[in-house]
Design a protein around this ligand. Structure first.
Ligand code: PAF
Length: 285
């Protein structure tokens, strides 16, 4: 596996690959890799000739400085996992390499209403930071296909919108959420949970499964309220638990009753004893 820390070195290799007609697949990450990331690498390998993974803990997308400071970093293990997974190129830039002119935003992205609901309402500025770094990375890698995980439900919609608004020539491929055997959605943040907190975190996927099991038994508002109640009584601060659908224009709607469109329960909650904020989502109809 090639490892590049500099944009220029990455660019040289990729321009040769492009001239050779290779289709480039790209998996952007913030490291602390787990099976979920590796499933993205596997999907990229199946659908491309050359797979590029980036590891960059992007400071501009953390609205909470403590969350940024505590973000797990496991580079040696990540390199071992990526090599074993057959990843071709790892891009591991520094903050200076990605933001040579400082962290102030260079442009504002128009994400429409997606930016200020759910994650956006609780993490102001987060999606501008995600947009900024993904835009830069797409400019450097110029992939044919971009692979992202369904676990970051709203992030996928934001990137879909970024691609449309900027008319970027890349196909977004969304891969299913990977779960531990007991149902916990895989996340780098799980590394910050001790065994008891990790066990408690299971209430999140249980709440989503509970909603799915009873989707036709009660109004959606009632099901959300029940799920929130369950989480709160088990030591969570819930930012939101809502039932949503995706509109044809890529925005999110909040239906009152389940229809024929896919309906997703989306949740963000802080496990209070660890202070770790977890997100998850599940199709419930
Ligand atoms: O999902 C992530 O890990 C990050 O938000 C991303 C897409 C790599 C941008 O920093």
């Amino acid at each position: 596996m090639y490892l590049f820390k500099r944009k220029d070195d990455l660019g040289r290799l990729l321009s040769t690959a492009r001239k050779e007609g290779k289709r480039i697949g790209f998996v952007p990450t913030m490291g602390a890799l787990h099976e979920g990331h590796l499933s993205l690498i596997a999907a990229a390998k199946e659908n491309s000739d050359l797979v590029v993974c980036s590891i960059f803990v992007n400071p501009t997308q953390f609205n909470d400085p403590a969350d940024f400071e505590k973000y797990p970093i496991t580079i040696d293990q990540d390199v071992t996992l990526l090599t074993a997974a057959g990843n071709d190129v790892l891009f591991l830039p520094s903050v200076q390499e990605m933001y040579p002119n400082g962290l102030a935003p260079e442009m504002h992205y128009d994400f429409g209403p997606l930016e200020t609901i759910l994650e956006g309402a609780h993490r102001p500025g987060h999606f501008q930071g995600v947009g900024q770094v993904v835009h830069k990375l797409l400019g450097l890698v110029q992939p044919d296909k971009l692979f992202m995980g369904q676990k970051d439900f709203q992030q996928c919609l934001i990137i879909n919108r970024l691609i449309k608004v900027l008319q970027l020539d890349v196909e977004l491929v969304i891969c299913p959420t990977k779960r531990e055997e007991d149902g916990l959605a895989m996340s780098s943040r799980n590394l910050r949970l001790n065994p008891a907190e990790r066990q408690n975190a299971l209430h999140i996927s249980r709440a989503l499964n509970g909603i799915k099991a009873h989707i036709h038994d009660a109004p959606l508002k009632e099901l959300s309220a029940q799920g929130i109640g369950e989480l709160e009584s088990n030591g969570f601060d819930v930012d939101y638990l809502e039932m949503v659908s995706i509109q044809p224009d890529g925005n999110i709607s909040f239906p009152a009753t389940p229809g024929t469109d896919p309906l997703y329960a989306v949740v963000a909650a802080k496990e209070t004893s660890s202070g770790v904020r977890l997100i998850d989502n599940m199709q419930v109809n």
